[in-house]
Design a protein around this ligand. Structure first.
Ligand code: NAD
Length: 284
């Protein structure tokens, strides 16, 4: 069994982004800029935003966080997005999810300029991904593809089971795998007998938020396991969706949690923001 070390690869990608940022600055006289919208007091969201900001600082990006109270109006967030769309110092706009219930998330995501949509959540970029065109791809599944690539794991012709079908994890993961010629199955909460689907898969990609959802009897020998879940146990430990101890004994490759997909997500956010900055510099 080999560990897919996302922490190590993310560090390597970060160094590349830092180097390219210096080059970009020399050429254009400016640095890539990321604007983050953080609404409310959710501690997990605040932690993620803090990590993203620190990563921006490390590679030399400009970043700004718009912190807004829980009871902020839809209109006020929309105004901020419109402002960021016009701001030439901002290349990427990220709305930290989830948002409070009274906010129409879809409307906000659709308001982001697709050329600044570094999270890849705008329907324009979603459409480009499903049709196999270049665009902005959601950071988490994009990070998974980079991680597989780093370890020369080819998905072409492989039976890939994606467990979890959200717009930010499961669906784009499935699209990327399909675009890379894998045979893809998508399972979710309403899937009848999950094991029937996972046990025949060459690779299992799981992002559900359910601790120990994938157990050893649900996978075949030699399986590649990508655990996208991030969960906190009662004693405060961070774990994924896979029973790592037992499943890793059957796997050929497996991502740890933490240190697997998580760091790759942040690395991809940096690389998407740099990509956006390069596109914008060509436009001007
Ligand atoms: P979500 O709640 O939007 O979606 C969860 C998906 O899992 C749904 O499609 C649901 O049908 C499915 N699901 C739930 N319970 C299931 C079950 N028992 N069996 C089969 N399918 C089930 O969540 P999300 O935003 O997609 O996040 C999923 C997980 O991934 C969470 O743990 C989240 O913290 C983690 N996550 C990690 C990263 C990262 O950087 N590694 C990024 C985003 C999300």
């Amino acid at each position: 069994m080999q560990i897919l070390d996302g922490k190590k690869l993310a560090k390597k990608i970060e160094q590349e982004v830092e180097f390219e940022t210096k080059e970009f600055k020399e050429k254009t006289g400016r640095v890539p800029g990321l604007a983050v919208i953080l609404v409310g007091n959710d501690p997990a969201s605040a932690t993620y935003v803090g990590m993203k900001k620190k990563a921006c600082d490390r590679v030399g990006f400009y970043s700004v966080t718009h912190e807004m109270p829980e009871d902020i109006s839809q209109e006020a967030i929309e105004e901020t997005i419109k402002m960021m769309n016009k701001n030439p110092n901002i290349d990427g706009i990220l709305i930290q999810l989830p948002l409070p219930k009274h906010i129409d998330t879809t409307k906000l995501l659709e308001l982001v300029d697709p050329g600044k949509d570094v999270d890849g959540f705008h329907p324009y970029n979603v459409g480009r991904l499903t049709t196999g065109l270049d665009g902005f791809v959601p950071c988490t599944p994009l990070g998974v593809m980079h991680l597989l690539d780093e370890y020369d794991i080819n998905v072409q012709g492989k039976n890939c089971c994606v467990v979890g079908a959200s717009n930010i994890v499961g669906k784009p993961m499935a699209s990327l795998l399909l675009n890379a010629n894998a045979t893809v199955e998508i399972c979710h909460i309403y899937t009848d007998d999950l094991k029937e689907h996972t046990k025949n898969a060459d690779m299992v990609f799981v992002g559900t938020g359910v601790i120990n959802l994938i157990k050893e009897d649900m996978v075949k020998d030699g399986v590649v396991i990508v655990d996208i879940g991030i969960n906190k146990t009662e004693d405060g430990k961070i774990v994924g969706d896979v029973d790592f101890e037992k499943v890793s004994k059957k796997a050929s490759y497996i991502t740890p949690v933490p240190g697997g997909v998580g760091p790759m997500t942040i690395a991809m956010l940096l690389s998407n923001t740099l990509k956006a900055a390069k596109l914008h510099s060509k436009e001007h």
